[in-house]
Design a protein around this ligand. Structure first.
Ligand code: UDP
Ligand code: MG
Length: 354
């Protein structure tokens, strides 16, 4: 049985060495390959990966032309990984490699998805833990009630689960939602989440919020319906108030002193309208982006990899095999087109003065 690991990396030069040695140790006796997806790193990550790939042809590298985001990097990894089981994990050792053999054992018992569940998050700050708690609860309500708390993207997928996930080609992706949507047979394996081995989180607050919103909006139109409900409620309140004011004007001689209340109501109503419009605009925008049918990612470099025989829908693969590098590599046995060890690409933008 071949086990593929998929690891998205974005500026992780400090963690790669220790990550690989822990994986090698944990997977002794297994037949494995490790696919790194370099998500537009701007530090030395790609160079280090190239070095490692030259030494060990079980280590494969895909390199994006720029940062396309964690979820897209996982997507590309699953598009290219061809093991009988595929495990997606983070590069920062928050997901302990020592858990991998246990996950494989559960896979061998017939589960399509094996999901390690964080029972403690020692490494995370109080803020991260509490926002995560709100996140999981909201997601289960709004997105899919099969979404289980504290399960992230660290997961094992059977070959057929991978094939099913590959069939989703939408632009705004929330992988956990897709997996829950599939409804495959899943085993849950509790584990203790470790602190990051080195470096810093690549999910600052704003990115985390955007990720949460993608989760909600790509699976549910509830925010739109919510704005209908809130709008109806506020309109009813407005009409009630109108009746009250009319009554005051007709049957009493209290001067309506209402400037403040009018202004307040005006603000609340305009706020609600703008919010609702914003939500609608966001959905329309996402729809627009989807309708353009752009590729999900652009691959500008790869090492030790084979192109899937039928190509990949909605992916742009720009690789020029480098014959020098190909010489030192073993010839592929089947007739799939080799993505030779493409020369490392230059992703920097150059600015020329006139
Ligand atoms: N990552 C990525 N692209 C991004 C952000 C993150 O490929 O735009 C990778 C990152 O290198 C790591 C994994 O996704 O391997 C999870 O990121 P991180 O550990 O920073 O997230 P956190 O654990 O803090 O939620
Ligand atoms: Mg992390």
């Amino acid at each position: 049985m071949l086990l593929s690991l998929v690891i998205p990396v974005f500026n992780e030069e400090q963690t790669l060495g220790i990550l690989i040695s822990r994986i090698r140790e944990a997977l002794r006796g297994f037949d494995w390959q490790l696919l790194f997806v370099n998500d537009g790193s701007t530090d030395g990550t790609l160079d280090i990966l190239h070095e490692i790939a030259l030494d060990d042809n079980r280590i494969q590298v895909l390199s994006f032309s720029r940062n396309f985001g964690h979820q897209t990097a996982i997507t590309a990894g699953l598009d290219f990984a061809n093991g009988d089981a595929v495990i997606v994990m983070d590069a920062d050792l928050q997901d302990p490699p020592e858990l991998l053999p246990k996950m494989v054992r559960l896979f061998e018992q017939g589960y399509d998805v094996v999901s390690p569940q964080r029972i403690s998050r020692r490494g995370d700050t109080w803020f991260k833990r509490s926002t995560a708690a709100v996140f999981y609860r909201t997601m289960a309500r709004l997105v899919d009630k099969r979404l289980t708390s504290n399960i992230g993207d660290f997961r094992l997928f059977s070959r057929r689960a991978v094939l099913a996930i590959r069939s989703f080609r939408e632009q705004h992706r929330f992988m956990r939602g897709l997996v829950a949507w599939l409804g495959l047979r899943e085993a849950i394996l509790p584990f203790e989440r470790q602190p990051r081995a080195a470096g810093e989180t690549k999910y600052p607050l704003l990115k985390m919020l955007r990720f949460a919103w993608t989760g909600v909006s790509s699976f549910s139109a509830l925010p739109l319906r919510l704005s209908i409900a809130v709008g109806t409620l506020l309109s009813c309140a407005g009409f009630g108030y109108l009746l009250y004011v009319t009554y005051l004007a007709l049957f009493t001689n209290i001067l309506v002193p209402g400037w403040a209340s009018v202004v307040i109501l005006q603000c609340i109503f305009s706020g609600m309208i703008l919010l609702a419009l914003g939500a609608i605009g966001d959905y329309v925008g996402r729809n627009y982006e989807e309708s353009k049918g752009r590729p999900l990612y652009v691959i500008a470099g790869a090492y030790n990899l084979m192109l899937p025989e039928n190509g990949i829908p909605r992916a742009s693969i720009l690789i020029q095999p480098d014959p020098m590098d190909l010489d030192v590599r073993e010839e592929p046995e089947n007739d799939a087109a080799p993505i030779g060890a493409a020369a490392s690409h230059d992703t920097t933008r150059r600015v020329f003065s006139a």
